[in-house]
Write a protein that binds this ligand. Structure first.
Ligand code: PMT
Length: 371
């Protein structure tokens, strides 16, 4: 199939037919499969896939330059910790070198680990030793305990991706394994996935030379894998996607549009600058999942999506969605917590703790609705 941008856009199917799987896919998929099988055998154990960090789009196959997507991986790494504390087994599918559960508290920029340590000088010929400074011990102790608990129980599996191609192949593979969990599986898709990519036959082999003057790039749209994920790969999974916007006005209509289009359970909307302090849960009033392929039709009675995803059309037809009473929104705000005597945004509560608390209940109801 031709993959130029002047031809048909890639469907999910044609993407996987034409773009090669990344090196190491087999081994990583097998690890994730074994992890799922292990926890599937434990009665009632819930498993969550947390995707985290941005994806890259290499411009050269011997890669010197690449395009990147914004994300430090804070949302994913923090959420993974709270899922673990609530008894979930967690597959943490994350961008290479982005923040990770537990170690995120000691990132080199915010809290360099060398600053935690003190040297105890040698006494009578023995060598000096190193201890954690007493003022850091109190905060480190619970983190270390939770980390050791995750290590010894084997309830956290971390798998890395770098490019958008790695991400898509790994997502497909892990979803195939998790589908067998039925409703016990949750998908928490917090990664910032590139909307555009360069098909492999248009990627330069060697470093692009500056001698050629200006550089023009024509990129293809990455197929929205959320659709097959929801409708084919794991019809029973509890699926949470994120919607990032810089214009708050768009958060709710675009989140509703995503629910309508893909037919999954929940969209968590977040605005770039306030994402650490407030998020909005957008969901249907009833727990039911729309029948296959009916997502768009539910809004307008046509197959035309009311709000297109980026790259498809910028025209927003919000009216049909705003009048619908079938959606509800729940805002979670750290400021609200402060007003009620809680710790608020300057205290120790993280918004992910509130998000995961809300999700526990929803996931359990999703499981119970089946039985
Ligand atoms: O890591 P931090 O710095 O803490 O930032 C966290 C975050 C802001 C990145 C996170 O909270 C967030 O909003 N992540 C999703 C951002 C995003 O990629 O949104 P999107 O509109 O491009 O995609 C929406 C959903 O569609 C995503 O859940 C994604 O998994 C899915 N998608 C995206 C592209 C694609 N080709 N297929 C998809 O299915």
């Amino acid at each position: 199939m031709s993959a130029s941008s002047s031809s048909q856009p890639f469907s999910t199917e044609s993407y996987f037919q034409t773009q090669r799987p990344p090196a190491g896919l087999k081994e990583k998929s097998e690890k994730m499969h074994q992890f799922v099988e292990k926890w599937k055998a434990v009665n009632g154990k819930k498993v969550v896939l947390v995707t985290s960090g941005g994806t890259t789009v290499p411009l050269e196959s011997n890669t010197v330059r690449f395009l990147d997507n914004f994300s430090a991986g804070t949302r994913g790494a923090t959420s993974a910790e709270y899922f673990l504390s609530q008894g979930y087994a967690v597959i943490f599918l994350h961008r290479l070198h982005s923040l990770r559960p537990f170690s995120r508290h000691y990132s080199h920029s915010l809290n360099p680990f060398l600053d935690l340590l003190s040297i105890v000088p040698s006494s009578s010929g023995s060598s000096s030793s190193i201890v954690v400074s007493p003022d850091h011990t109190k905060s480190l102790l619970p983190i270390l305990q939770a980390y050791h608990e995750a290590q010894s129980s084997g309830s956290l599996l971390s798998v890395e991706f770098q490019t958008v191609n790695d991400y898509l192949w790994l997502l497909k593979a892990v979803t195939a394994s998790m589908a067998s969990l039925g409703r016990r599986g949750m998908f928490y898709l917090a990664a910032a996935v590139s909307d555009f990519f360069l098909p492999e036959e248009r990627v330069a082999e060697h470093k692009i030379q500056s001698l050629q003057g200006t550089l023009s790039l024509e990129m293809d749209q990455v197929p929205k894998v959320l659709k097959p994920l929801v409708q084919e790969w794991t019809p029973e999974g509890y699926i949470v996607s994120f919607k990032l916007e810089t214009d708050t006005q768009l958060l709710i209509p675009k989140s509703r549009a995503a629910l309508s289009r893909y037919g999954h359970q929940l969209v968590i909307g977040n605005e770039l600058h306030r994402r650490k302090y407030e998020v909005v849960f957008v969901e249907r009033n009833s727990m039911s999942k729309p029948e296959k392929g009916t997502g768009d039709d539910r809004i307008k009675g046509t197959a035309t999506p009311p709000i297109m995803e980026s790259g498809e059309s910028e025209k927003l037809d919000v009216a049909g969605l705003e009048q619908k009473e079938e959606y509800k929104e729940t805002w979670l705000r750290l400021d609200d917590l402060k007003d009620e005597g809680g710790k608020g945004r300057d205290g120790e509560v993280e918004i992910e703790e509130l998000i995961i608390k809300e999700l526990l209940d929803r996931h359990q109801r999703w499981i119970d609705a089946r039985e």
